[in-house]
Design a protein around this ligand. Structure first.
Ligand code: OAD
Ligand code: ZN
Length: 250
């Protein structure tokens, strides 16, 4: 990654009024959380079908909960890395700078990650496209809670109605919440700069947002270890670790 590219990215950021950032597993990699695609269909020794689909949960809720208890443990011991911290800092600088009230926020993160590390780093305007590992939903009464112990009994049951509880995350074959979709699209339409960081950009609808921005002739800056489908439309692709590159953009 060349210095002129960093310089160009900084200039685009300085000019923008409404920055939207799409993040993926790569942003949390330097915090010790494993990415998906690297494992070639296996996720911590389990097939995705077994642990991250509605059918998998119906077949074996115990296995799925043991798996998510382990994900909760890993996310609990992880801490934000310099990439998360730089994004939080960028947002706070933007909030200070914002002079005029506007309908779209000066800075928003759309994350595919469920680990909560952006919020832990201090980011305020974060939309969790794929849910959160810290939220637990009842399959009966739909109640949503974030106050369960990190390790839940396997399988956990709802205090209110006794039904099985599930992680409030989007599994393969499930749709994103309508309200979440609407917010993500609105933010993308309001953006004048779009950043795509640490995502293989193959899972829909998240992967479509940078393309929506590019169609509107909005500059797109990508940060990734390697090229992705987004590189084709990106104004700039900065190759390297997000934890190295993001602090340089401040
Ligand atoms: P992936 O595992 O598909 O992609 C991670 C991306 O991060 C790859 O493009 C890597 O090159 C890049 N990467 C790895 N380490 C990096 C680093 N230190 N700095 C910058 N980039 C790095 O993860 P996602 O794109 O997030 O969905 O996957 C999207 C969705 O697919 C996930 O949210 C999940 C999964 O199935 C659901 O569970 C619904
Ligand atoms: Zn219930």
């Amino acid at each position: 990654m060349s210095e002129p590219a960093i310089f160009k990215a900084k200039a685009l950021i300085a000019k923008a009024q409404h920055i939207v950032v799409l993040t993926g597993a790569g942003v949390s990699a330097e915090s010790g959380i494993k990415t998906f695609r690297a494992a070639e269909g296996l996720w911590e020794e389990h097939s995705i079908e077994d642990v991250a689909t509605p059918q998998g949960f119906r077949n074996d809720p115990q296995l799925v909960w043991r798996f998510y208890n382990e994900r909760r443990r890993a996310a609990d011991i992880a801490t934000p890395n310099p990439g998360h911290i730089a994004l939080a800092r960028l947002e706070s600088l933007r909030l200070l700078r914002q002079k005029i009230k506007s309908s779209s926020a000066p800075f928003m993160i759309l994350t595919q990650n469920i680990d909560g590390l952006h919020q832990q780093a201090g980011s305020q305007n974060v939309l969790e496209l794929h849910g959160s590992i810290w939220l637990v939903r009842c399959t009966g009464c739909e109640s949503l809670r974030d106050d369960y112990p990190i390790q839940l009994p396997v399988p956990p049951r709802c205090d209110e109605c006794g039904s099985l509880l599930r992680p409030h995350v989007v599994w393969f074959g499930e749709a994103l919440e309508e309200a979440v979709l609407a917010q993500a699209e609105k933010a993308t339409r309001g953006a004048d700069l779009f950043l795509v960081i640490g995502t293989s950009a193959v899972v829909q609808p998240a992967a479509s947002y940078p393309f929506m921005a590019a169609r509107r002739k909005i500059p797109v800056i990508e940060i990734n270890l390697e090229k992705t489908p987004v590189s084709e439309i990106a104004t700039l692709t900065l190759l390297g670790k997000s934890g190295d590159i993001l602090p340089k953009l401040l």
